[in-house]
Design a protein around this ligand. Structure first.
Ligand SMILES: NC(=O)c1ccc[n+]([C@@H]2O[C@H](COP(=O)([O-])OP(=O)(O)OC[C@H]3O[C@@H](n4cnc5c(N)ncnc54)[C@H](O)[C@@H]3O)[C@@H](O)[C@H]2O)c1
Length: 357
């Protein structure tokens, strides 16, 4: 097992079941609840109960999927906690992807002014992206993560054995986050991981540790996202907009898929601005394109522009973005224009031979 120590909790990776038991014992909990969604109930809960040997007081189930990351679902979790007489010493273990982790963390942080929770993320994306940083919350009025707080869990436990039931598409979406970590902070790691095509052959424990150490370094320098933490938004200004327009279509994109496209377009913009070399742009484009085996549509430029104009990273009317200076080095608060965004999108169209290119 590998352990990454953060300021007030640890992330344990690999065969972490004994340590999970220790953390539960150490917190002298009155009652233990496991939160699952309908899919992780089927695929992850049996494994979790067998390997952890925990005997939860109740399993709380929510429907699977982002559409259920709402205050209504949260209310269901609060109800279940009340019905099961959870007091302030109760513990919630969130067993699932980012939706279960964000919603369960938020429900626990607000129940009776806050009870403890443990994250057991079961998708690669949530393990890499949500296990460090203390962000929990729900979507509201169609806006992602509009309600939430910063609250750290008591611990995070990452078990790569959960990938057995994860689709290749989900695995690749999570892998995009590792590629992002390498691009913003670790050129050597980029060279090691940019060409891996058989993701199932990866030695996950070392891989996850390396990638999470990058996130730890960035988040610990800036816990409330005032400065350097914006580095993690690389690929997200354009990526989020592409993800949002795909949401209402038959071909919704996974988060990591949209971020792959965002990273290519934003690297083009950095190269046009003269801050990223043409050679590195080519390397990034060639390497990331290998993982783009899905269809996407970026024709509705007005909608993309409007979404980007509403991005919470902007300063007034100025669209602010994180760009790369070079592979392994980022620059935050870079202003980009709608024309530059258009050219970045044109570059994507050309790269993938889309209709209007
Ligand atoms: N808190 C943070 O810092 C942070 C960071 C990144 C993303 N997020 C949030 O995470 C969410 C996206 O995460 P996600 O991709 O994990 O989504 P998700 O939780 O919806 O999981 C995706 C799907 O995979 C299923 N699943 C989970 N584990 C599985 C397994 N081992 N085998 C088979 N199926 C499994 C889930 O039931 C779900 O249907 C978004 O809501 C995003 O906002 C939060």
């Amino acid at each position: 097992m590998k352990q990454i120590a953060l300021q007030d909790y640890s992330v344990c990776i690999g065969n972490m079941w004994a340590e999970l038991q220790n953390v539960v014992d150490f917190n002298s909990v009155s009652k233990c609840f496991v939160l699952v969604d309908s899919t992780t109930k089927e695929f992850c809960l049996p494994k979790f109960l067998e390997l952890s040997r925990l005997k939860p007081d109740a399993i709380i189930e929510i429907p699977a999927g982002e559409t259920f990351k709402t205050i209504d679902t949260c209310q269901h979790v609060w109800n279940e906690l009340f019905l099961n007489q959870a007091d302030r010493q109760a513990l919630v273990i969130n067993l699932g992807g980012g939706v279960v982790g964000d919603l369960g963390g938020f429900a626990a942080s607000t129940y009776k002014r806050g009870i403890k929770f443990i994250q057991v993320p079961t998708t690669l994306l949530s393990q890499l992206d949500a296990s460090i940083g203390g962000k929990v919350g729900v979507d509201f009025l169609g806006l992602k993560n509009a309600l939430g707080v910063f609250k750290n869990p008591s611990a995070v436990f990452i078990f790569p054995g959960f990938y057995e039931t994860l689709s290749d598409r989900q695995l690749k979406s999570g892998y995009a986050e590792a590629l992002k970590h390498a691009l913003i902070a670790d050129k050597n790691m980029w060279e090691e991981i940019k060409g891996i095509s058989d993701l199932r052959s990866i030695e996950w424990v070392e891989f996850l540790e390396k990638s999470l150490l990058i996130k730890k370094r960035i988040v610990e320098n800036d816990p409330f996202e005032k400065g350097p933490r914006k580095a993690l938004n690389f690929g997200h200004t354009i990526g989020h907009a592409i993800e949002s327009i795909a949401l209402d279509t038959d071909s919704a994109l996974l988060h990591g898929e949209a971020v792959l496209l965002g990273m290519i377009a934003e690297s083009f913009i950095a190269s046009e601005k003269g801050i990223l070399s043409k050679e590195e742009l080519q390397d990034i484009t060639d390497s990331l394109s290998r993982y783009v085996d899905f269809e996407f549509d970026i024709q509705n430029r007005d909608m993309i522009h409007n979404l980007i104009k509403g991005d919470k990273k902007n300063e007034g009317d100025r669209i602010m973005c994180t760009l790369l200076n070079s592979i392994g080095q980022y620059a935050i608060n870079q202003e980009i224009s709608l024309e530059e965004i258009n050219r970045g999108l044109n570059y994507l169209e050309k790269q993938f031979n889309l209709k209007n290119a």
